[in-house]
Design a protein around this ligand. Structure first.
Ligand code: SAH
Length: 243
């Protein structure tokens, strides 16, 4: 008998932010597969379950392994942090499974962006864009073009993958581009390890954004021209008249 594949977004980290559907899917799976750091986040809740961890940059291989397991009759859960359809494993798993006859179901999760926005206040109440600063799979020229367009459109801008050990200057470059369209005092929220142990959040301004502590577990939310900081919360007004 054929197995089945679930691609599961486990949320930003803690059990409280994992959906019930995601939790039950993981409970019901014969095996859970994922990047080491994510397996570590959840293993405490699934004692006795077969867990398979793999390294970064082995996404296609990981999906092929998952497909082989499902073909042997297992129910396999492939996990991503946050939502698996946002810079996660959902797309590549669907591509690898194409034509195999194995069913793939995607289970949504709380993405880093919404987890971070809730910590900061309400910064994405109006139109926003999400841009990954990682040029591993996307040419930097295209990333710059998207930053320009987002600046021009006065969108709230959310940045994923802002920095890694080798990509250290991209936040600075993003800051320069957005300063062409926004004032230096535009509020910027920076959240590190949202919903995980070690969570840190701060609100700064666009001209000070690049000098803040930012690493690969950080998400940045840059306000639009109406965003304000009020009593420690970042708010992008939707337009209601509030007396
Ligand atoms: N699928 C994930 C995103 C994976 S891309 C999701 O939906 O959240 C990896 C990037 O996501 C990181 O570089 C960081 O920018 C962001 N990220 C993931 N988890 C995070 C967390 N708990 N806190 C802050 N940023 C996080």
């Amino acid at each position: 008998m054929m197995g089945k594949i679930y691609v599961v977004g486990i949320g930003p980290g803690g059990r409280a932010d994992m959906t019930e559907r995601a939790f039950k899917t993981l409970q019901g799976a014969d095996v859970i597969v994922g990047y080491k750091a994510y397996i570590t986040l959840i293993e405490g809740y699934f004692a006795g379950k077969e867990l398979v961890s793999s390294g970064m940059r082995q996404e296609v291989e990981r999906c092929r392994e998952v497909l082989a397991m499902a073909k042997s009759g297992k129910t396999v859960a492939l996990i991503s942090s946050g939502d698996s359809g946002i810079y996660g494993m959902a797309g590549v798993m669907l591509e690898v499974a194409q034509g195999s006859g194995i069913a793939v179901e995607i289970i949504p999760g709380v993405t880093a962006l919404t987890a971070a926005a809730a910590i900061l206040g309400a910064p994405i109440m109006h139109d926003f864009v999400v841009i990954s600063l990682s040029d591993c799979l996307t040419p930097w020229e295209l990333i710059e073009k998207r930053l320009e367009a987002a600046g021009m459109g006065d969108f709230v801008v959310c940045l994923y993958n802002p920095k890694s050990k080798t990509r250290t200057t991209y936040v600075e470059q993003a800051e320069k581009i957005l300063l062409k369209y926004r004032t230096a005092t535009t509020p910027v929220g920076i959240v590190l390890k949202a919903g995980r142990e070690g969570q840190q959040a701060q609100i700064t301004t666009l001209n000070g954004m690049a000098i803040c502590d930012i690493d690969m577990f950080t998400v940045l939310i840059i306000g639009n021209s109406n965003t304000v900081t009020h009593e420690g919360k970042m708010i992008t007004p939707r337009g209601y008249t509030v007396c």
